[in-house]
Design a binder for this molecule. Structure first.
Ligand SMILES: NC(=O)c1ccc[n+]([C@@H]2O[C@H](COP(=O)([O-])OP(=O)(O)OC[C@H]3O[C@@H](n4cnc5c(N)ncnc54)[C@H](O)[C@@H]3O)[C@@H](O)[C@H]2O)c1
Length: 381
């Protein structure tokens, strides 16, 4: 397939690109290194910094000559359109967004930058598909955070509403708790608008917080390690906990720690994307999957990390700190996630072995840990 990967340099985009390159797809990778720039500007740095794509393309070309890269800002209509029209993709995987809730809540500039970047990239994509490549399948990374924490079960994207003896299926209600998550809700609405009016084929993957490292022999042998963030702004909760445990600082649980979310191992993210590629939606249909494998409260995650890593003699402590976010701490949470399993997803579970495997990777890179960037600095006030 001819696949355009937007945001190919990111935590999820890079391992997806390597996997699809090894599977001999014809790939055009796009990124403008916005994440790297933002991390630098905000004095955050990853545990492992992946090399710039243009510097490693020759290595990828040894296994697949049909892999190319363009440094393009997807929110720039003219430049994006030029590349899109030339490449004519069968599918586009859209990761190219600013994915940080804390960053989006820093202030006016950061909030607007998140909304502008994410919406404009998505709008440029759907517009181009409608104009120039209407059979192209759009695979868009959404987030479980779009749903918030409603007091009813979270269905997979849609809900049937009965009202005064009539009924209709609608998008499941969404109510975010950060401007980043709000940008994702707006993306979903935009994609649904274009699917229903213009018959586009789209899949929206409502993904939970991702944890872990996705690497394989090819990446290790060729020094193509993925990026791995653990700071308060760009790192997800479990990745932060593992780094805190290895650095011998307490795992910081925000507030009471009763907040529940659906989590997913990065290995399963790649599986899900490949399943979405194999199962495109029909024209005019927006397929929505809840992309997570297990639900945990923050306390459960912290306890699992502590128990597993004490077995390799790490002295793990847990500390509750004032919640920097405005969010419900005690709430009902029961989200459905059958769709991906029906397509064939074999979940990777959060076992002790999996936690220890992640910790070993972090231990290998322990010298890079900067303890000063893990505690939260952004509040929702
Ligand atoms: N990581 C998670 O836990 C998680 C969970 C749910 C959803 N998601 C979604 O998955 C997607 C990828 O997440 P990630 O963790 O890999 O993020 P990331 O920040 O590591 O990767 C995003 C990449 O997109 C690039 N990018 C951003 N704006 C761009 C633009 N205008 N033009 C070109 N490139 C641009 C960035 O430079 C970065 O390399 C995001 O849409 C995010 O909302 C991630």
């Amino acid at each position: 397939m001819k696949i355009l990967i937007l945001g190919a340099d990111g935590y999820l985009g890079w391992p997806t690109s390597i996997d699809l390159a090894l599977n001999k797809h014809n790939l055009l990778l796009i990124d403008n290194y916005e994440k790297k720039k933002l991390m630098k500007k905000n004095y955050r740095k990853p545990l492992v910094l992946n090399k710039k794509i243009e510097n490693v393309i020759p290595v990828l070309k040894k296994v697949n000559k049909n892999v190319n890269f363009k440094n393009i800002d997807c929110s720039n209509y003219k430049k994006f359109t030029e590349v899109f029209r030339k490449f004519k993709p069968d599918a586009v995987i859209h990761f190219a967004e600013l994915p940080s809730a804390p960053y989006s809540m820093l202030g006016y500039y950061e909030g607007w930058k998140t909304l502008q970047n994410n919406l404009q990239s998505t709008f440029n994509l759907v517009w181009n598909v409608k104009q120039y490549q209407p059979n192209c399948h759009i695979i868009k990374l959404g987030t479980m955070g779009e749903y918030g924490t409603p007091n009813i079960d979270i269905e997979e994207g849609w809900i049937n509403i009965k009202h005064k003896k009539r009924s209709q299926k609608f998008l499941y209600p969404r109510q975010a708790s950060s401007l980043y998550h709000t940008s994702k809700i707006m993306d979903t609405d935009l994609i649904w608008f274009f699917s229903r009016l213009h018959g586009l084929k789209a899949t929206d993957l409502m993904q939970g917080p991702v944890y872990g490292i996705y690497t394989n022999n090819f990446s290790t042998e060729n020094n193509l390690e993925p990026t791995f963030a653990y700071d308060d702004m760009f790192g997800t909760v479990l990745n932060r906990f593992i780094v805190q445990a290895v650095a011998n600082i307490p795992l910081t649980v925000y507030g009471s720690g009763n907040q529940i979310r659906g989590h997913i191992n990065i290995k399963d993210t790649i599986q899900c994307i490949k399943l979405a590629l194999k199962n495109p939606s029909k024209k005019g249909v927006l397929n929505i999957y809840n992309q997570f494998t297990q639900q945990f409260s923050v306390n459960q995650l912290a306890n699992k990390v502590a128990e597993a890593l004490r077995k390799i003699n790490l002295n793990v402590k847990i500390k509750n700190i004032k919640n920097p976010r405005i969010e419900q701490e005690k709430h009902y949470y029961n989200a459905k996630n059958k769709g991906m399993k029906k397509l064939g997803l074999k979940p990777t579970l959060l076992t002790e072995k999996a936690i220890i495997e992640m910790a070993r990777y972090v231990i290998k890179n322990k010298k890079n840990i900067d303890k000063s960037i893990i505690s939260p600095k952004t509040t929702w006030k």
